[in-house]
Ligand binder design. Structure first.
Ligand code: GRF
Length: 188
């Protein structure tokens, strides 16, 4: 799993595995920031962690190649982005074709990129939500695997809307990972 921050989606996946709702194991959690709280959640769950810091590499390709080098030995079936706040580049896309998932806090294709919940409020939509999608070279634009909608309520702020969306994120991400792994297993 790739993370950058708080790690609540990572936690939902750790919990789903612990509770038997997701038959999987997390090989490694890689962060592009040393201060990501997600790293502590991983350590608390006994999961290997690593930091791949962009500043330590000559360019972005080399940085993503370093991630490939960390993931390859574990023979990972899926790479899941959970609040990973930087683009996925060619070395990763080439190493894991159609095997990288992301969760985004909007009903894509609406509101890709940063501050999706603020974009939704600014636009005045009445329904917002979360999307799990396959990662491609274009940010937040790959094939959609699952979505969940929530209402936007009068008086909503970014915080209240984000919290409502997050409940759905924590439900659909583990469910979708489970389905994708099952489908991959069935087609082998
Ligand atoms: C989530 O809203 C996720 O959809 C977005 O970034 C946020 C990460 O939250 N990509 P967390 O780190 O999983 O708590």
């Amino acid at each position: 799993m790739l993370v950058s921050g708080r790690g609540s989606n990572l936690q939902s996946i750790i919990d789903a595995i612990a509770e038997g709702r997701l038959d999987a194991s997390i090989a490694i959690v890689i962060s592009n920031r040393v201060d990501a709280a997600a790293l502590n959640r991983a350590k608390d769950a006994g999961i290997e962690t690593a930091c791949v810091l962009p500043a330590s590499y000559p360019d972005r390709q080399a940085c993503d190649q370093a991630m490939v080098d960390l993931l390859r030995p574990s023979d990972v079936e899926l790479v899941c982005l959970a609040g990973y706040m930087q683009p996925v580049r060619k070395p990763m896309l080439a190493a894991f074709p159609n095997r990288i998932l992301n969760i985004h806090p909007s009903l894509l294709p609406a509101f890709p990129g940063l501050h999706a919940q603020q974009q939704a409020l600014d636009y005045g939509v009445k329904v917002a939500g979360a999307t799990v999608h396959m990662v491609t070279a274009k940010i937040d634009a790959g094939p959609i695997l699952a979505q969940a909608a929530v209402p936007v309520l009068p008086g909503d702020t970014v915080d209240t809307l984000s919290a409502r969306i997050l409940v759905e994120e924590h439900r659909i991400y583990p469910e979708t990972i489970s389905r994708v792994l099952a489908d991959a297993g069935a087609s082998r």
